[in-house]
Design a protein around this ligand. Structure first.
Ligand SMILES: [Mg+2]
Length: 351
C-alpha cells in the first residue's frame, strides 16, 4: 500500500480562546491539518487525518510529518498484515498518537470503502448514532460569552462549555448562566491552567451556578485526584491528562473526555473507552479542532462507545470553510456513505 500526506491550512472564523493559548488576544495562525491517503495495490483508497494542536497537546505539525515519513515503509510493506499489525508497526517506528490516528482512520475508511459500509456498521452497530453536542464558549468578555450562549441554545444546544482559568471566570460563567437560565447544562474547562488551590477555590465559588462538570481544572493525575477529593459534590473530568495511561488504572475522578487525535484514532478511542469504563469513569468525546474526517470518526465510534454526556464535536463551524456535517437540533450524525462518509475529502481540497 502507498501512503501520502498533504498539509492543509484552514483559517479561523471564530477561534476558541482558551487558557492554554500563548496569547489569547492575538489572531491565531491558520490551523494546520494533515490529510492522509492510503492506496492499496488493488486501487482501493482510504483517507485519514492528523490533527495535532500544539497549544493543547504540545505536538507540532513537523513532528507529525516526521512520524508519517517513518510510517511510509511500514505501510508500503504491509501486504498481508492486519489493521492491528500495521498500526503496531507504525507505533514501533514512531509512537505518536496524533500521527497514528491518521493511519488508523485511513485503514478504517479503506475497510468501509471495500465493504460498501459505514464504519458505525463495521463496528457492529445496527443504526447510525445521533450524538448530542455541547457548544464551547471561549474566554470572552461576559457580554460576548452570554450572547454566544444564547446563539447556541437557539440552535438546540442543551449543554454549554465555558473556558475558564483566564480573565474574569466568575463574571463570564455568571453571565452565561444568567442568559440561558437554569435548565441548560453548563460545564467548565480550565485546560489545566489553575494551580491546585486556585482550582478548588474557584470551583467552590462557581458551583452555585449549577455545574455539570469541570474539565481539566489542573493537569496531571495527582492534581485532578486532589481536586476531585476536595469537591466530592462536583464531577471532575480528565481531558489532557487522558494521555497518561495511569489515569485508567484507578478511578480518580468522575469522567474522561476521549479524543480521536490524542487516543490514536478510532482504535485508540475504543481501547481507552474500555479502559475508562472498567476503571469506573463515564466518558464523552470531543474534537481537538479536527477537520471533518476526525469529527466523522468520532461520530462513528460514538455508535459503540455510547458517550453518556454531550460531546464536544461542534467545532467545524469555527473554521472559514464549507459546511459539512451539519448540526441539527443540537445533535450530529455520521455522514452518509461508506467508510468515514461521503463529501468529506472535498472539504480539504476547498481550503
Ligand atoms: Mg478540554
Amino acid at each position: 500500500m502507498k501512503l501520502e500526506a498533504f498539509v492543509r491550512h484552514v483559517r479561523w472564523r471564530s477561534p476558541l480562546r482558551a487558557a492554554h493559548a500563548t496569547d489569547i488576544h492575538a489572531a491565531p495562525a491558520p490551523r494546520p491539518l494533515v490529510l492522509v491517503r492510503i492506496e492499496s495495490v488493488d486501487g482501493a483508497v482510504g483517507y485519514g487525518e492528523s490533527a495535532p494542536l500544539v497549544d493543547y497537546d504540545g505536538v507540532t505539525l513537523e513532528a507529525v510529518l516526521d512520524a508519517l515519513k517513518l510510517y511510509e515503509p511500514v505501510v508500503a510493506g504491509s501486504a498481508g498484515l492486519s489493521h492491528a499489525e500495521i498500526l503496531a508497526g507504525c507505533a514501533q517506528a514512531a509512537h505518536l498518537p496524533q500521527a497514528l490516528a491518521a493511519i488508523d482512520l485511513a485503514l478504517w475508511d479503506l475497510a468501509g470503502q471495500r465493504a460498501g459500509q459505514p464504519i458505525w456498521a463495521l463496528l457492529g452497530s445496527q443504526a447510525p448514532p445521533v450524538v448530542e453536542l455541547n457548544w464551547a464558549i471561549g474566554a470572552e468578555e461576559p457580554g460576548q460569552a452570554a450572547s454566544q450562549a444564547l446563539g447556541a441554545v437557539a440552535r438546540g444546544i442543551e449543554c454549554l462549555k465555558v473556558k475558564v482559568g483566564v480573565g474574569d471566570d466568575l463574571a463570564r460563567v455568571r453571565a452565561v448562566r444568567a442568559a440561558v437560565g437554569p435548565q441548560v447544562r453548563l460545564r467548565l474547562d480550565a485546560n489545566g491552567a489553575w494551580l491546585l488551590d486556585q482550582a478548588v477555590n474557584a470551583l467552590r465559588e462557581l458551583t452555585d451556578l449549577g455545574l455539570e462538570l469541570c474539565e481539566e481544572p489542573v493537569h496531571g493525575v495527582f492534581g485532578i485526584s486532589a481536586v476531585a477529593r476536595a469537591l466530592p459534590y462536583l464531577t471532575i473530568a480528565a481531558d489532557e491528562t487522558g494521555a497518561d495511561p495511569t489515569l485508567f488504572k484507578t478511578r480518580i475522578c468522575g469522567s474522561v473526555c476521549l479524543k480521536i487525535s490524542r487516543c490514536g484514532g478510532i482504535t485508540g478511542v475504543l481501547r481507552d473507552a474500555v479502559a475508562a469504563r472498567n476503571a469506573g469513569y463515564d466518558i464523552y468525546l470531543a474534537s481537538t479542532m479536527d477537520g471533518p474526517l476526525g469529527i466523522a470518526a468520532a461520530l462513528h465510534v460514538a455508535a459503540v462507545v455510547e458517550p453518556v454526556r454531550p460531546c464536544g464535536l461542534a467545532t467545524l463551524e469555527r473554521f472559514e470553510a464549507p459546511e459539512v456535517l451539519r448540526i441539527r437540533g443540537g445533535r450530529m450524525a455520521p455522514p452518509p456513505g461508506s467508510g468515514l462518509g461521503d463529501r468529506l475529502v472535498g472539504w480539504y481540497d476547498s481550503l
